[in-house]
Design a protein around this ligand. Structure first.
Ligand code: PEP
Length: 260
């Protein structure tokens, strides 16, 4: 089953509303031709309404970088799934390692957010990945499979198109230290195998699993060429339209090459 590649930008805590408008105005015409690739731009809450409005009825999906799994109530400072939908979001990053490490998000919270996003019809991009210390100690798979298993427990009757996973080794995020294409394939292949065992073959074959960690125009093609890698979640190289468009083009070219 062919999976549509996805390129997802994560702006993190960057850009004013004005900068977001300029970026989106420049991106939309340039992303329009990449018709084999799903493009999402995950922006700060303050920019979401504007990016959502500008990208309505285009091939670009506006996304958020976080939300809380309750819909309303006494949760000062939090934003709910209905609020994201209202602001124009179609996707949301869940469990980014910066949220887990800096803001104390647990596997349990991440799993509940993933489930709530799916139920709300928001596409969650669920991040999992190990630290350098865990990898060096041979604990990569223990960590990643533990994070994944907690999300799987929460998913019931979910189809593969309604959720995306991103394997993001923490040592590769924002460091310039990209995983080798073989490391990315190895981890993502194992993730797909576990999904097949636990959720079923149809789900595992249709769900997209992205790689994230210092993806840039220079290394995107070889990462995208890996059998189980369906795209990328990109921080630094998504902040400039030029480099993000080069990544979208790399994904589009991968599809063209597989078809020949
Ligand atoms: C990320 O923020 O998810 C990420 C992968 O960042 P970078 O591309 O900068 O490593």
């Amino acid at each position: 089953m062919a999976r549509r590649p996805m390129m997802a930008a994560n702006w993190k805590m960057n850009k004013t509303i004005r900068e977001a408008e300029e970026y989106t105005a420049a991106l939309l015409p340039r992303a329009a031709d990449a018709d084999e690739v799903d493009v999402a731009v995950c922006v700060p809450f303050t920019c979401l309404h504007e990016v959502g409005r500008m990208s309505e009825d285009t091939r670009v999906t506006a996304g958020a970088q976080n939300f809380y799994f309750e819909d309303s109530g006494a949760f000062t400072g939090e934003i709910s799934a209905p609020m994201l939908l209202d602001a124009g979001a179609g996707a949301v990053i869940v469990g980014h390692s910066e949220r887990r490490e800096t803001f104390g998000e647990t596997d349990d919270m991440v799993a509940r957010k993933a489930k709530r996003a799916v139920d709300a019809d928001l596409l969650p991009i669920v991040c999992i990945g190990e630290t350098k210390g865990e990898r060096d100690a041979g604990g990569m798979w223990d960590k990643v499979s533990g994070q994944l298993s907690r999300v799987i427990e929460e998913l019931e009757n979910v189809d593969g198109e309604s959720i995306v996973f991103a394997y993001e080794p923490i040592w590769a995020i924002g460091t310039g230290d990209t995983a080798t294409p073989e490391d990315a394939q190895d981890a993502i292949g194992k993730i797909r195998d576990l999904l097949e065992e636990e959720v079923g073959e149809d789900f595992a074959e249709s769900v997209r699993i992205l790689y994230g960690g210092s993806v840039k125009p220079e290394n995107a093609a070889e990462i995208m060429a890996q059998e189980d890698v369906d795209g990328a979640l990109v921080g630094g190289a998504s902040l400039e339209v030029d480099s993000f468009v080069q990544l979208i083009d790399a994904a589009q070219n991968t599809v063209a090459q597989t078809e020949h």
